[in-house]
Design a protein around this ligand. Structure first.
Ligand SMILES: NC(=O)c1ccc[n+]([C@@H]2O[C@H](COP(=O)([O-])OP(=O)(O)OC[C@H]3O[C@@H](n4cnc5c(N)ncnc54)[C@H](OP(=O)(O)O)[C@@H]3O)[C@@H](O)[C@H]2O)c1
Length: 240
């Protein structure tokens, strides 16, 4: 299978939480800034993110009103809207819920570029949503009829957008999905020296009713001490 090299780049509390009140502590700002800086250092042309994270940070829960549109059936065929795009955000949105109003995400700090949006959908998405994406100039690919198969998704990312290196940037359910399909090559983990201690917040890798889970071995590649007691750990999943 021809696919990108996939690096899961994340920041967690000491107890493995990817969200929570620990992020509001003053000390956390240094680590969240560093997260962005390290993202830039990887020099990758694409990052992939789950619907919940994108809704929280980029579309802010905006809902599209597509009810008035009288749309003909649109074939479930992948659509490349922008052949000139240099960098990409890959949005895992199986049922087409994200309320995009533009076809790219603008850089929000010095380590991010203008990223063209590529939606990852199932064939269950509505025709009205597909028509909206086309109107906006947003690219889309299909990853399955009812459920997503990420092996197919990442192969398409390589083939259609020449993505050789992909940053997997959460949240926990998306990370868990790729982990379960054996698609993570490397983990870049910033460990923030705070325990969140909430039992109900999302961890680095989650599972759900449609995701089976099994232990996955990681092997230490590099470890770097950060200021203020943090650690940046790099693990790989294959030793050869
Ligand atoms: N600390 C960090 O480094 C970091 C990084 C990124 C995000 N975060 C945080 O993580 C939180 C969200 O994490 P999350 O795990 O709840 O959500 P998520 O992974 O961002 O999004 C989950 C959603 O993505 C879609 N999805 C994921 N896996 C799928 C699969 N196998 N098949 C079909 N659809 C799939 C589903 O969308 P539908 O529900 O539409 O079906 C699912 O509900 C946010 O609060 C964000 O701030 C933290």
């Amino acid at each position: 299978m021809e696919r990108p090299y996939i690096i899961c780049h994340m920041l967690t509390s000491l107890d493995g939480k990817i969200i929570g009140d620990y992020l509001k502590e003053e000390r956390s700002a240094y680590f969240t800034d560093l997260y962005e800086k390290i993202h830039g250092q990887y020099n990758s042309k694409a990052w992939i993110c789950g619907r919940v994270t994108l809704e929280e940070h980029f579309t802010f829960g905006h809902k599209l009103d597509l009810s008035d549109e009288n749309i003909e059936t649109i074939p479930r065929i992948d659509y490349v809207a922008n052949n000139d795009a240099k960098t990409f955000v890959v949005a895992v949105d199986p049922f087409g819920k994200l309320g995009w109003t533009e076809n790219s995400i603008a850089p929000w700090n010095e380590h991010r570029l203008e990223d063209h949006i590529v939606e990852v959908l199932t064939e269950q998405v509505s025709d009205a949503y597909l028509a909206h994406l086309k109107k906006m100039g947003i690219s889309y690919i299909f990853g399955g009829k009812d459920q997503l198969n990420f092996s197919i998704v990442v192969e398409k990312l390589k083939k259609l957008f020449s993505i050789d290196k992909l940053m997997l940037e959460g949240g926990g359910y998306l990370n868990g999905s790729l982990l379960n399909e054996g698609l993570i090559d490397e983990l870049s983990l910033i460990l923030v020296p705070i325990v969140d201690a909430a039992s109900n917040s999302v961890t680095l890798f989650e599972t759900s009713s449609f995701l089976k889970s099994q232990p996955v071995n990681f092997f230490l590649k590099e470890i770097e001490k950060l200021n203020d007691g943090g650690i940046w750990i790099k693990y790989i999943t294959k030793t050869v």
